[in-house]
Design a protein around this ligand. Sequence first.
Ligand SMILES: Nc1ncnc2c1ncn2[C@@H]1O[C@H](COP(=O)(O)OP(=O)(O)OP(=O)(O)O)[C@@H](O)[C@H]1O
Ligand SMILES: [Mg+2]
Length: 260
Amino acid sequence: MLITRRTASTQGSALQTADTDASQLRVSDSHASAISLSGVHLTLPGPAGPVNILRGVDLEVPQGVALGVVGPSGSGKTTMIMVVAGLERVTSGRVAVAGTDYSGLDEDGLALFRRDNVGIVFQSFHLIPTMNALENVAVPMEFAGRADAFDRAEEQLKRVGLGHRLTHYPGQLSGGEQQRVALARAFAVQPKILLADEPTGNLDGATGQQIIDLLFELHDQHDTTLVLITHDMKLASKCDRVVRIADGLIAGEGLAKAAE
Ligand SMILES: Nc1ncnc2c1ncn2[C@@H]1O[C@H](COP(=O)(O)OP(=O)(O)OP(=O)(O)O)[C@@H](O)[C@H]1O
Ligand SMILES: [Mg+2]
């Protein structure tokens, strides 16, 4: 099953770049989906009994699209991207990312897949405090076996405007600078999927705007599929598509419904 889906993914990405044979473009959209969730349920134990966090999520996100995710606190937004990242196993349903069905991967397989395909940016930056900016960006690439990890990290940090802060530790960087390091780290491996969970939530308005501009710039340059969780409708409106999550389900699509 895994091989079949990988083949489908290869066809999908080939279709996106090859525009020679229009008839091939009729192949099912799901083959070209960067993210495919179908009938996803996630139930976790809570102190007062099981909590049905995701209750049947269906979502197809084509390669290269920027998807905004909005919805009330506690509706399941973060949980949904944890599922997409393979950090949370679903109770039932199917998750496929970049054509790879997660059910065919064990924990090590998931970790490797994530390392090579998925970047994540969190509200609270999640940098390693004992590593400087350069090391924070380079070390994951070193783990991935890249011989040019440090050169590439320096290049990425320069791209986010931090060429003068390479040897600063997270505690010696402002919030906006820390988030720029996190963006450099996330994009350094050129992930197919970039998951951002309220990336400006801890930043002031102007700094947040810089981070968002940078996020969309990197998304455009790398043709990354972006999933952006935000409570900011103006920010969501910058995305190609917006879905609203409510009570563990996709409750609507588009900003008009999202603003209700
Ligand atoms: N490990 C867990 N065990 C049990 N329940 C959990 C767990 N993690 C999250 N939940 C519950 O699942 C629901 C969805 O949480 P989630 O973090 O996905 O919400 P969210 O939409 O991201 O909210 P916010 O906008 O506040 O970040 C919440 O009610 C939360 O309490
Ligand atoms: Mg959340």
